[in-house]
Design a protein around this ligand. Structure first.
Ligand code: PXP
Length: 242
């Protein structure tokens, strides 16, 4: 069964709307663990628009399940990751104007810049994943620069209009999973996954982990984080049985 990584960034987004101390994403991490999260994911962006350095420092000792840091390959962020030593770093593209991470990292194009970052972080005992589009060349390039895993961008699946588009997105993901496994990579998925669309993708064999943020935090506004995570976990368990 795929593991559930809960992305807590948007708890910090609400805090930053008022630049105050609440709600605290570190509390959210504790609640998510109590709800059954297998991992906690946070993105320390260069502009610190939601998660900040204080959050990252506190998450490290408090999170007892897998801690996954999403990050760009900018030098100051790489230095923070080296010091923090989360269990996993997921390399993502970052643009200041974007609402959220849009599409995947172009590992083919930026291989020469990515490879030394992967080497440095792996030397610190950190597993490295690259957030990429489900394209065979990007998967191969990720293996080639030394990644342990890839996280396939599931946006095409999440935004598919109609059953044909949905099936074509699933086929594309299944092909990319196969390529990943051929190259010895662990395969994760994430972006735009919700309580409504998680079923078919979770039933696809081969995903080791899903990272889900916006939908879980949205539901948590009404039912609390612990319960929101429990409900998403239950859907993963159910999909595994089908
Ligand atoms: N995975 C990665 C690499 C991401 O950048 C994000 C968004 O921060 C997610 C997963 C979670 O996406 P969503 O908030 O749409 O669930």
């Amino acid at each position: 069964m795929a593991l559930l990584g809960v992305n807590i960034d948007h708890v910090a987004t609400v805090r930053q709307a008022r630049r105050t101390y609440e709600p605290d994403p570190v509390w959210a991490a504790v609640e998510a663990q109590l709800g059954g999260a297998d991992g906690i994911t946070f993105h320390l962006r260069e502009d610190r628009r939601h998660i900040n350095d204080r959050d990252a420092e506190l998450l490290k000792p408090i999170v007892t399940c897998k801690l996954n840091m999403e990050m760009s390959i900018a030098a100051p962020i790489v230095r923070i990751a080296e010091r923090l030593r989360p269990n996993q770093c997921t390399l993502v593209p970052e643009r200041r104007q974007e609402l959220t991470t849009e599409g995947g990292l172009d590992v083919v194009r930026f291989a020469r810049r990515i490879r030394p970052v992967v080497q440095r972080l792996r030397r610190r005992g950190i597993e490295i994943s690259a957030f990429i589009e489900p394209i065979a060349e990007q998967v191969r390039a990720s293996a080639d620069v030394g990644c342990d895993a890839v996280e396939l961008w599931t946006g095409q699946y999440a935004h598919a209009a109609g059953p044909k588009a949905l099936q074509s997105a699933l086929n594309r993901l299944a092909d990319a999973i196969d390529v990943g496994h051929q190259w010895g990579l662990t395969v994760h998925g994430g972006h735009g996954l919700t309580y409504d669309n998680i079923g078919p993708i979770a039933a696809l064999p081969g995903f080791a982990e899903f990272n889900i943020g916006h939908s879980i935090v949205s539901r948590a506004v009404f039912v609390g984080i612990r319960e929101a995570v429990r409900q998403m976990k239950a859907l993963l368990v159910e999909a595994d049985r089908t």
